[in-house]
Design a protein around this ligand. Structure first.
Ligand SMILES: [Zn+2]
Length: 282
């Protein structure tokens, strides 16, 4: 594991604003630990029962394990904890012959025998920039990793759809914590606290697509890094917005770069910043 990067401690929960002694604070991984995201923002999230740390780790786990658990096993991407429990197999899902029927679990296979399919939601640009209505459907970047076993499992399906909620909330959390890490709490007016904290938020109405979307075009070439995040000010229709770009699994061809409008501010003197998680070899 490469050495972790640590920002200066915040001393306040960056989500709910509570401080010690009212709450105890824990360190937050800006990119989830389960994605090998070893960039820490110390003392920045309240911990304990029904805390912000509990809320964020729950939706992150649903997104990472639900949507990308297989890809992680495929690439050997692991978090820092529980070395013994690292998965060596990937669940196989196959679709029934009937149109529209859900895919069925068909057993656990090792990466070499698995005709593995990875899928990334590809959204439109954040609607604040386009003025478009919420999108009807959603596109996905799909990649088959291993075509040989397809002869044996022709009806292979991707991992079951986890819904918008965990992906939207994970992107919101990455962007919000990165903005706080680089510029400080209270230097901008955050736009995504509801998306992050409110368990009853309705994600199916796609109101979040005002602030969360994707770059229009897929990058032609993958990155040499595993993940990349960058942030900077954008002036748009007399508003100063803070735009964070989140590129997860950047080393995988055809993965989208998510655009997250994380906050609004009153000047545009913020300088652009970028941080990467290098690809591990072996
Ligand atoms: Zn909190």
């Amino acid at each position: 594991m490469p050495t972790e990067r640590r920002y200066r401690p915040i001393g306040t929960c960056m989500y709910c604003g509570r401080k010690p002694p009212e709450v105890e604070l824990s360190d937050e991984h800006i990119i989830p630990d389960g994605l090998q995201g070893n960039i820490l923002l110390p003392a920045s999230s309240c911990k304990g029962s029904k805390s912000c740390a509990e809320i964020t780790s729950r939706f992150e786990a649903r997104y990472i394990n639900g949507a990308h658990g297989g890809l992680k096993t495929y690439l050997g991407v692991y978090g820092s904890r529980r070395k013994k429990n690292r998965k060596t197999t990937i669940p196989l899902f196959v679709s029934e012959r009937k149109e529209g029927s859900p895919s069925k679990f068909a057993g656990n296979l090792t990466p070499s025998e698995h005709p593995f399919i990875s899928m990334f939601e590809h959204f439109e640009r954040p609607r604040i920039f386009t003025g478009n209505p919420p999108p009807e459907g959603v596109k996905a970047s799909v990649r088959i990793w291993n075509t040989d076993p397809l002869k044996k499992y022709p009806a292979v399906d991707g991992p079951p759809w986890v819904g918008f909620e965990p992906v939207v909330r994970t992107l919101s959390k990455i962007a919000h914590s990165y903005a706080v890490a680089e510029y400080g709490l209270g230097t901008f007016s955050p736009l995504l606290k509801q998306t992050i904290l409110n368990d009853k938020f309705d994600f199916e109405d796609k109101l979040w697509s005002m602030f969360i979307g994707c770059e229009k075009d897929i990058q032609k070439y993958p990155s040499l890094n595993l993940h990349e995040i960058s942030i900077g000010p954008v002036e748009f229709q007399n508003r100063f917005l803070l735009l964070c770009k989140v590129w997860l699994f950047a080393s995988v061809p055809s993965t989208p770069i998510y655009e997250v409008v994380v906050g609004e501010h009153w000047h545009n003197r913020f300088t652009p910043r970028k941080v990467v998680i290098p690809q591990l070899s072996g």
